[in-house]
Design a protein around this ligand. Structure first.
Ligand SMILES: Cc1cc2nc3c(=O)[nH]c(=O)nc-3n(C[C@H](O)[C@H](O)[C@H](O)COP(=O)(O)OP(=O)(O)OC[C@H]3O[C@@H](n4cnc5c(N)ncnc54)[C@H](O)[C@@H]3O)c2cc1C
Length: 374
């Protein structure tokens, strides 16, 4: 492939936009198309926030990849002239249900991160909005925070200016649009989020669209100050537990669950039923006392594309097409570095063989895979 390849990216979520951004920085000719105007409010990437944290249980490859992601985000933010990120720290709690928390703690310490053990009875004094009910193990890590996802997508989309076109079929080095038009390029990148199983029937056995409910809340005025200092919360219980995003930069508190529904289709309506919202709140009631005094700001269904082991699927579909998929509930934080890696592998074909194993968190990046032109 020549050094200024022509690349067509399908999908203007975080993966497609970061890939296009990195390709442009390398002088490639890039065109991005999306079925709707970016940011698509139904895309996985488009919500107030997405979390970034090193706690990854025994998945050490992803823990290490977080450092590469932070570095790649700092380059992108410098180029955009804005850093839509708020460091909150990470509070992880375990009700004695598994190995994820101790494995995370051990791996993070071995990686050189400061991880503070917290005795359960000390939690409410430090975090006045919470109860220590049923907590048997807890830690706090100051590194970690909230990426303001919608703002990042808006900024990238303003730079990249995606076109509007719905792709019906992907071929080797070409796509067919819904209206029958055929577009060709030296390389096609397909980053279609939870629509990937529809567009690429070949990956449907590996990747499933999954309907996930989130609930938004405002804290009672008496607790507003305590909430303004709150870290993200990862709460693991027998029922699967929940995560909580604190109200940073004018955004609401957000609560969602850790379990995959593996139900639904990304084109389904996004309203959440009252029962679905209650089921999420029920996971958090014992942890956030007085939840009934919080102001409900709405609940909705969001979709992501689940890979059973939560390993990303970044691979050649054919000699001139690449898929980026299977990002489950943890892909956004890595958009910066995955985009850089895919761009580099397009420019330098020798890097392509390492992409699938590196993106699945199984190997370290080979020299050159994460290098930036900036
Ligand atoms: C509720 C929820 C919470 C999450 N929390 C976190 C978190 O805390 N931390 C984290 O790192 N990750 C998190 N994630 C996961 C993360 O958001 C996703 O992994 C990531 O946004 C996936 O980005 P994407 O670009 O692959 O897909 P998307 O953002 O969905 O983008 C795909 C784009 O492709 C377009 N498209 C689809 N089909 C076609 C077609 N045929 N033709 C043209 N265009 C098409 C769509 O319109 C869309 O704009 C969460 C996801 C959800 C839903």
């Amino acid at each position: 492939m020549e050094s200024r390849p022509e690349v067509l990216v399908v999908g203007a979520g975080i993966m497609g936009l970061c890939t296009a951004f990195a390709l442009r920085a390398q002088g490639a000719r890039v065109r991005v198309v999306d079925a709707v105007a970016a940011p698509n409010p139904h895309a996985s990437s488009v919500d107030h926030h997405r979390l970034i944290r090193h706690s990854y249980g025994a998945q050490h490859g992803y823990m290490r990849m977080v450092d590469d992601a932070y570095l790649a985000w700092s380059r992108i933010f410098a180029a955009l002239g804005e850093a839509p990120y708020v460091e909150t720290g990470v509070l992880a709690l375990d009700e004695g249900v598994g190995t994820w928390l101790p494995e995370s703690r051990a791996a993070m310490r071995a990686h050189g991160l400061a991880v503070e053990d917290l005795p359960a009875p000390a939690l409410p004094a430090r975090f006045p909005w919470m109860s220590d009910a049923r907590v048997v193990d807890a830690f706090f890590c100051a590194r970690g925070g909230v990426l303001l996802a919608r703002r990042i997508v808006e900024l990238l989309a303003a730079r990249i200016a995606p076109g509007i076109a719905r792709v019906r079929e992907v071929h080797d080095g070409a796509v067919t649009l819904e209206d029958g038009t055929r577009l060709s390029a030296d390389m096609i990148v397909v980053a279609a989020g939870p629509w990937a199983p529809r567009l690429l029937p070949g990956i449907a056995p590996r990747v499933t669209a999954s309907r996930q409910i989130i609930v938004r809340l405002a804290p009672p005025p008496a607790l507003a100050e305590a909430w303004a200092r709150a870290p993200m919360l990862l709460d693991l219980s027998e029922l699967g537990g929940f995560y909580m995003v604190p109200p940073v930069a004018g955004t609401p508190i957000k609560i969602g669950d850790h379990s995959f529904s593996r139900q639904g289709d990304a084109n389904d309506p996004r309203e959440a039923s009252a029962a679905e919202a209650e089921a999420i709140l029920d996971l958090a009631r014992h942890r956030i006392p007085g939840l009934e005094h919080y102001t409900p700001l709405g609940a909705m269904a969001c979709y992501y594309d689940v890979e059973p082991r939560e390993e990303f699927v970044v691979d050649m579909l054919s000699p001139r097409s690449i898929v980026m998929s299977g990002f489950s509930g943890h892909g956004f934080k890595f958009g910066s570095v995955l985009g850089q890696a895919v761009a580099n592998a397009i420019i330098n074909p020798a890097l392509r063989a390492a992409l699938p194993d590196w993106a699945a968190g199984r190997i370290s990046p080979p020299p050159g895979l994460l290098e930036s032109a900036a």
